[in-house]
Write a protein that binds this ligand. Structure first.
Ligand code: DAH
Length: 355
């Protein structure tokens, strides 16, 4: 019996996992284990021998069982310890800097522009990038033979062969959103419409896809004076200067009458652009009083309502404000460029915090 005890206590001490423990249990104290076999021998003994051997065998069985249980608990402890070591985490480590990516200058400027016009009571309107030629041209008083259609370098969508309907276009400007929002909301109305536009053009300051923001204010008593004030407020807030001088230059757009292109006074001294001083003028947008035919096309009575509209290049004013020399790089998705010119995702522009 001593041999049996030494054998199993030794084996239990060496057992490396729960499976080994279970195998030992079966082998030692299971129904057909060595201790059970010994107990069967009790039957062949004299009553005196049995009285001595019986309790001894039971005690051995108990001793092996508790050794098994102790070893099992020790193994579980060791496993837990190992897991705690492996899954240890230092929650006091500092955060991981700016690895999260950046806000693209176009998104940033769109937010800035939206914040400024929202403060003046303009809501944001949207329209589709794939337009019918009616919304993109006809409704804006640009008939089929008008040279503006050719000048715009329009992308036309393909039609199935035999389909005689005029093709859809990739919108060449955000002006069709004027028509859509007047149709939806009627007058009075005050909206801006930022978004993507498309023209077949490619050089340092032109890409086939670029961004504009349209402005539209229609009511019963709106004049060019309101247009001038709104644009001056915008330029002051956007470039962060108190004194700006705008120059309204007579121009022509089919959808406005009268029409004006707007320049701001600036200097380029030393190759650095400064807004609000100097002897140069920089064109930033087209504008005018909405043409009666445009109001009519959108279902608004031009004998009651009138108003102004403008269209501004977002990419262009982003290049100007942030000193970005080449427009093409905006859309190359070069990570080095994005990290350099991008903005922190945690700094959303608003008038209160500063633009
Ligand atoms: N749609 C014109 C363009 O893309 C810009 C423009 C000019 C918009 C005058 C207007 C406007 O709303 O009144 O060149």
């Amino acid at each position: 019996m001593d041999d049996l005890r030494d054998k199993y206590l030794g084996l239990i001490g060496e057992a490396g996992d729960e499976a080994a423990i279970e195998a030992l249990r079966v082998q030692a104290v299971g129904k057909k284990g060595e201790v059970a076999l010994k107990m069967r021998e009790l039957g062949k003994m004299t009553p005196e021998e049995r009285q001595v051997m019986g309790p001894k065998l039971n005690a051995l069985k108990d001793e092996i069982n508790s050794a098994l249980a102790a070893k099992k608990a020790a193994l579980a402890d060791a496993a837990l310890n190992e897991r705690l070591q492996a899954e240890w985490l230092d929650v006091t480590l500092p955060g991981r800097g700016r690895s999260a990516g950046t806000i693209h200058p176009i998104s940033q400027v769109t937010e800035e522009v939206t914040a400024i016009f929202a403060d003046m009571g303009f809501a944001v309107a949207e329209g589709p990038q794939i337009e019918t030629d009616w919304y993109n041209f006809d409704a804006l008083n640009i008939p089929g033979h008008h040279p503006a259609r050719a000048e715009m370098d329009t992308f036309y969508m393909a039609r199935a062969e035999g389909d005689e309907r005029p093709p859809h276009v990739l919108r060449t400007h955000t002006s069709p959103v004027q028509i859509r929002s007047m149709q939806d909301q009627g007058a009075p109305i005050r909206v801006i419409a930022p978004g993507r536009v498309y023209r077949a053009d490619y050089d340092q300051t032109h890409t086939p896809m670029f961004h504009q923001v349209e402005g539209l204010a229609i009511d019963t008593d709106i004049s060019m004076a309101n247009l001038k004030w709104v644009l001056e407020e915008f330029v002051k807030a956007y470039f962060g200067v108190d004194d700006v001088e705008l120059r309204f230059r007579a121009s022509h757009f089919p959808f406005t009458e009268p029409s004006a292109e707007v320049d701001i006074r600036c200097s380029w001294e030393g190759g650095v652009l400064k807004v609000g001083e100097g002897d140069d003028w920089l064109e930033i947008l087209g504008s005018g009083m909405v043409h009666p035919k445009v109001l009519e096309a959108a279902g608004i009575d031009p004998t009651v309502y009138q108003g102004f509209a403008f269209g501004m290049g977002i990419d262009r004013i982003a290049m100007l404000k942030y000193g970005i020399p080449d427009l093409r790089a905006f859309f190359d998705s070069d990570l080095r460029w994005l990290r350099h010119y991008g903005f922190s995702p945690l700094q959303k522009p608003n008038l209160h915090g500063g633009l």
